[in-house]
Design a protein around this ligand. Structure first.
Ligand code: GLN
Length: 244
């Protein structure tokens, strides 16, 4: 059965710190390798965006500086109804760092200026001058077939919420300076501080997102396996560097 996914990518020309656009490239390639057609729509600020949540299968948004978050905030708030309806209908969405923060309540940047947020999740983000920077490894809280998720974090924002999290922190900081866990998982929304980009070094998480999106459209329970020897080498290098 020929399958296809409609992927919407927001602001990757502005929120693309540490190459978060790599998440889109990774998902596209893993779908192409499986002969799954990708219909990609990329949007940025200044564009009139008129999207139908029922015609969207996967949304990706990356991270960036406080200034870049401010730059997209107004346009992002205009997408709230669409994104809220999309998530309510089990839409698959990956938000990295700065965009993850903006799904919560408003927060102030390092200069005390408000950065307006979607207020979809009851999450507080408090910017601190001490940044949380470095490699990060999680023990995944979602069943991925490989229990480790590796990445890199660099954020001044400390996020606090009571939702399920992506993983327990083995190495690194996580949601805030005192956190034992990281990210936010709600239905098919995944928010995370992990850059890298995240997905190329975590093919199991990439496939989790692809399969979750396909399950919303097709009677499918698994994906055909790929040769992930190179991806696993990069992933295992990080795990062995810190955990062996
Ligand atoms: N500007 C936000 C912070 O410093 C997000 C940073 C990012 O996306 N890496 O917390």
């Amino acid at each position: 059965m020929k399958m296809e996914l409609n992927i919407v990518d927001f602001y990757s020309d502005v929120l693309n710190i540490y190459g978060d656009i790599g998440n889109l490239l990774c998902l596209k390639k893993r779908c192409q390798w499986r002969d799954i057609t990708i219909n990609q729509k990329c949007f940025s600020i200044g564009e009139d965006i008129d999207l139908d949540y029922e015609d969207t299968d996967l949304i990706l948004i990356g991270g960036g500086s406080d200034r870049n978050q401010e730059a997209i905030a107004n346009n992002f708030l205009n997408q709230r109804k669409y994104i809220d309806s999309y998530l309510d209908n089990d839409g698959v969405l990956l938000a990295v760092c700065g965009s993850y923060q903006m799904f919560g309540n408003n927060f102030k940047n390092i200069d005390g200026m408000d950065i307006n947020c979607l207020e979809i999740f009851d999450m507080e983000t408090i910017i601190s001058k001490d940044r949380l920077i470095g490699d990060i490894i999680l023990n995944s809280n979602i069943e991925l077939g490989n229990d480790k998720i590796v990445g890199f974090e660099n954020h001044g924002g400390n996020s606090y919420h009571d939702y399920n999290t992506l993983g327990i922190v083995d190495i690194g900081f996580g949601n805030n300076k005192d956190a034992v866990d990281e990210g936010l998982v709600f239905k098919n929304f995944i928010g995370t501080y992990l850059h890298g980009p995240l997905l190329p070094k975590n093919p199991h998480l990439a496939d989790y997102l692809i399969l979750s999106a396909l399950k919303n459209k097709y009677e499918i329970s698994s994906l055909s396996p790929l040769d992930d020897s190179i991806e696993s080498k990069a992933h295992d290098f990080m795990v062995n560097k810190y955990l062996s």
